[in-house]
Design a protein around this ligand. Structure first.
Ligand code: G1P
Ligand code: ZN
Length: 542
């Protein structure tokens, strides 16, 4: 089969963000569009002749087509081997796991995470490095500049497509294509980290779980691990078959998009434990019976209890959270006497801390939790750590969280999203706040004193790199905070995210929105959200 060099011209806007390049499927379907980006990835890498790449995705529309193209391009560019998940399926944490375990050169993940899938919805592509995590900024910047200068790409043409549903090795113009079981390596790692025997006894005792895979990538993983290896009753995993359009749903595990699960977790007949994961399997939502665990609280509870799992029995080196994530985990770290780190939004900022052994657990308020076992956040991992804790503590989810609040106090916390607002208006809102940072402190607002205001800047403790303008923080004297930032992952207009937090040592039973009401009103006024965006209410509250 011949290697063909195809002439091409650049497309504007092929700039990968923290989570890769995400665009509508129709954009990716333009002639040369995917090819230009893939060639730009390869052109930004060095010394990969004969090397191994991992390739898979969340099963969304265009996944299979993209895999065939990428395989042909990998062969034409001189890779020696590509490991592909059977059916083109690999969750994001599984890609990270396979890259690390098999010491491959890197990997390509096809996903737009929690964004809907289908012919008119989103597709995405992301490159992960040999350490298993997302490409660092210098690599994504190199890829972007390459997309703006590209004039040709290499691809093998002719011959039959690779049968990605058949396990085993096939060859493509001299390159080996290994179709691998998407679950096996990942399941083996989970069995090393967690007390599977204890979780098995928990299920054997009648404990009920409902795991909603949202017709996305974790279905096969959850079926094999929860029902297969751990003995949860068959049917515990629902919406378990990955579908190209995720069954028409929005595969984002939060109170809005996973409302079926939330409903199923209510009432006397509800299961003991509920969980869901997103499109590509890196996010998680945790529920007890009639009880929602915020991701920030989940991180804190996991940090406080992690040593109950064999993989963390030696304790934690440190914990890290993204800046907008609530400060609940900081309190745990202080009590444990371990370091904690506050990083900008985006998983990639945890990579150096994990690599350097400075942090063991990390998490974000956006339903992302993980540890040093891989270099991505990991939805099913969080579910298994919760199960391990539940199996050992033998208390219900709500009792564990209430006990946590009783010990550490409660950080009431909520995120208000204004989605699809005019991008220029959102920029003006942020610029307006930025211009007033100096004049805000000192003002007493809603009974609280605003003690500091800044635009978050992070200096990486490992490599010294500085990331500035990472979100505007209004910090109050009692530890309360309001944070504003613009989403970096949306594909339409801008999304303004407002994060509101208040600490209460003694009162733990209030409704969250009520407990935060004055800060919420203040957040709207200070930034004049309605004046700038025309929106009087957020579109999503989590
Ligand atoms: C969102 C989340 C962020 C997460 C990212 C990728 O980014 O807020 O925590 O790392 O998705 O899953 P954002 O849209 O806010 O830039
Ligand atoms: Zn995701």
């Amino acid at each position: 089969m011949p290697v063909v060099i195809r002439q091409t011209t650049p497309f504007a806007g092929q700039k990968p963000g923290t989570s890769g390049l995400r665009k509508k499927v129709t954009v990716f379907q333009q002639p040369h569009y995917l090819e230009n980006f893939v060639q730009s990835i390869f052109d930004s890498l060095t010394d990969y002749a004969g090397a191994t790449l991992v390739l898979g995705g969340d099963g969304r529309y265009f996944n299979r087509e993209a895999i065939q193209v990428i395989l042909r391009m990998a062969a034409a560019n001189g890779f020696g081997r590509v490991m592909v998940g059977r059916g083109g399926i690999l969750s994001t944490p599984a890609v990270s796991c396979i890259i690390r375990k098999h010491r491959t050169y890197g990997g390509i993940i096809l996903s737009a995470s929690h964004n809907p899938g289908g012919p008119t919805e989103d597709f995405g592509i992301k490159y992960n490095i040999g350490a298993g995590g997302p490409a660092p900024e210098k690599v994504t910047e190199a890829i972007h500049s390459r997309t703006q200068a590209i004039s040709a790409y290499r691809i093998v043409e002719g011959g039959e497509p690779i049968d990605i549903d058949r396990l085993g090795t096939q060859t493509l113009d001299g390159m080996a294509v290994d179709i691998v079981d998407p679950v096996a390596d990942y399941a083996e790692l989970m069995a090393e980290l967690f007390d599977f025997a204890a979780i098995r006894s928990l299920f054997a005792s009648g404990f009920k779980i409902r795991y909603d895979a949202m017709h996305a990538v974790t279905g096969p993983y959850a079926k094999a691990i929860l029902e297969g290896l751990l003995g949860a009753p068959s049917g515990s995993v629902v919406n378990a078959v990955p579908l190209p359009d995720f069954g028409g749903g929005h595969p984002d595990p939060n109170l809005v998009h996973a409302h079926d699960l939330v409903a199923a977790m209510s009432g006397a007949d509800a299961p003991d434990f509920g969980a869901a994961s997103d499109g590509d399997g890196d996010r998680n939502m945790i529920l007890g019976r009639d009880f929602y665990v915020t991701p920030s609280d989940s991180l804190a509870v996991l940090a406080a209890n992690a040593p109950l799992a064999p993989g963390y029995a030696r304790g934690l080196a440190g914990v890290a959270r993204s800046m907008p994530t609530s400060q609940a985990v900081d309190r745990v770290a202080r009590e444990l006497g371990i370091p904690f780190f506050e990083t900008p939004t985006g998983w990639k900022f945890f990579g150096n801390l994990l690599d350097a052994g400075k942090a063991t657990l990390c998490g974000e308020e956006s339903f992302g939790t993980g540890s040093d076992h891989v270099r991505e956040k990991d939805g099913l991992w969080a579910v298994l750590l919760w199960l391990n804790i539940l199996a050992r503590r033998k208390e219900p989810v709500d009792a564990i969280v209430r006990g946590h609040w009783a010990r550490f106090g409660r950080n009431y916390y909520s995120r208000h999203d204004y989605e699809g607002v005019d991008a220029a208006a959102a920029e003006r809102l942020m610029a307006g706040l930025r211009a007033r940072l100096g004049s805000l402190p000192g003002t007493a607002l809603a009974g609280l004193v605003l003690s500091a205001a800044d635009d978050f800047s992070y200096t990486d403790p490992v490599d010294g790199s500085v990331s500035s303008q990472q979100g505007i923080r209004l910090l109050f004297d009692d530890g309360s905070r309001i944070v504003y930032r613009l989403s970096g992952t949306g594909t339409e207009g801008a999304t303004l995210r407002v994060y509101i937090e208040r600490f209460d040592l003694d009162r733990h039973d209030r409704d969250t929105q009520e407990a935060l009401a004055d800060l919420i009103a203040l957040a709207r006024d200070v930034a004049d959200i309605e004046g700038h965006t025309g929106r009087s209410e957020p579109t999503v509250i989590t």
